[in-house]
Design a protein around this ligand. Sequence first.
Ligand SMILES: [Zn+2]
Length: 286
Amino acid sequence: MRILNRKTATFSLTLALLTGAGVGVATEPSTSAGWAFGCAAFLLTAGWSARSPIRRLLAVRRPLSPESARWLRAEFPFYRFLEQARLERDIKILLAEWTFEGVADMEVTDALKTAVAAGAALLLHGRPDWEWPARHAILFYPDCFDDTYAAGEEGEFDGMAHAQGPVIFVAESVRQGWKHPADGHNVVLHEMAHLLDYESAFADGAPSLVASESLAAWRELVRREIRRIRIGRSMLRRYAARDPAELFAVAVENFFERPERMAERHPELFAALRNIFRIDPLAWRT
Ligand SMILES: [Zn+2]
């Protein structure tokens, strides 16, 4: 993530110049102040485009709340392996830009928000030029929920990502996910992986982080890995064999949490994910 994205900045500046020149040319014949109007239009358009980087700049200049900082340093298991200043900057941006709400009056603490933002920042830590596709709403449930979003004992989901709607998490599952960082289960990494996948046309297990020239090989690899699960020759849980999107999400959890085992048992999948995220969790272990 960047405070100022070069492509967006170039587009905004071009737009401001064209708008200013257009207004100047259009008004110049009827008034002697035509070019002054053009300059004003340029400044207004440029100022409008600068809102997002200015907001980001202000967000990163503010310190993390004491509770966020404590959670990050004491409870985020990957903290010491990452570039900490950049990680904290990305988390501040996400905390400022995403909305976090609890259902049924549940309290949403800074630690809980940070536990989600840290997972999102981790996934893009090796790809600093990438951005999360849009502003997101994060919704916390107090308990597991079913496919009608009713929470309770019958609930089978502890997280769910939507292309157009909020990402839902069960608060306790978020906490447990980071508390056990080597069991291959982490609902934040799982749902955020789905969110990356939604960035392409639809969730098909091939996020746009996969280079287009590698797409066919990646799809074939996913098909092979699903077959391996179905015949009981995979370290990935059976849920991952439901479809390519679930394979990708479960593989991401294991890539970060059980890299040694994955590199040994699924070397091709491990190498592909290392290329996608441009990060090597195996190096952290050694
Ligand atoms: Zn899933």
